[in-house]
Design a binder for this molecule. Sequence first.
Ligand code: AVJ
Length: 352
Amino acid sequence: MVTWDQVQSAPPPQDERAVGVRPLREGHPSSRFDFVEIRGEQPPLTLCRAVTDGLAKPQKELATQFLYDHRGSELFELITELPEYYPTRTERGILEARASEIVEAVGYGAAMIEFGSGSSSKTRLLIEAALARCPTLEYHPIDISFEFLKLSSSALLDAYPGLSIRALGAEYFDAATELPAHDGPRLILFLGSNIGNLDTASAIDFLTRIRRHMKPSDRVLVGIDLVKDRNLLEAAYNDAQGITAQFNMNLLRRINRELDGQFDEDKFAHLAPYLDDSARIQMRLVSKCRQSVAVEGIDRVFDFEDGEFIHTEWSHKYTPATFATLCASANLQVDHLWTDPREWFGLAMLKA
Ligand code: AVJ
């Protein structure tokens, strides 16, 4: 664990790939903003590696993270506003109704740490509730994009004078082992059903890493999508306007652009079935015919059977019981579960 004092006096690492932290005091021109980058032990996965390895597997796959480039993130923002895509607005509704209750469930003067802060629009509800209770708040957003952190942070600092931000530029798994220190309690946020993207083993690994650094007064708030009628679930990932299809197909466009791929979009279809056995949506890109696709940039040709698919994303759905079991595997306990009246989405508060 690295404290903020250590971080601020730490010299920059000599080796670009060295494990460690690097203070970058740019951005908001005040002592209320700080940015620290955490570099993991492993170099980040490249698209080149992901395609070379993923499309050579018997069950072809492309790593989910590559869905979220600039265009992909824009398309995801559009998805959150689709009539069929209930998770975002349902979670916001729970926060609107329960933000002060959630904040009160954590000790006074708690810092907030958020994984995958995104545009922070839902987090504002928690920030406002925290500032209504205590005049100052330390907020630690964690995101892989520095530009994103800088932009959303300066908007928040302008809106809330009591707020100070110490942002972390890091991958989830690296940040989970380097949780920012705080003298009082910490509220760790993982909203938006982002945990659903992780397969069960990775979700347990992620929660376990956080658990290892938790004090008894710390709490974790996780947004989870709940098991519900299959038609509602499948509609949310197969929308009538085809925005989710665009979002999925963007991955092939990216390979064509960045690796000189020859994917013909008309020969692939987006499909996102709900798999009952494992209670998760699987995003697929299905080959509409037997075909061979060259990717010149990596000097490979990939063969597809008619109907063969590439796996691109999981989106796990939970019941209160299956989620409690998952948490128990990470030695965490569900202290409270807030839901909307239809029980479509949940916010679970975990303690060690
Ligand atoms: C960003 C992981 C929460 O699983 O619902 C939405 C991603 N993919 N539509 C989800 C997603 C297709 C989304 N999460």
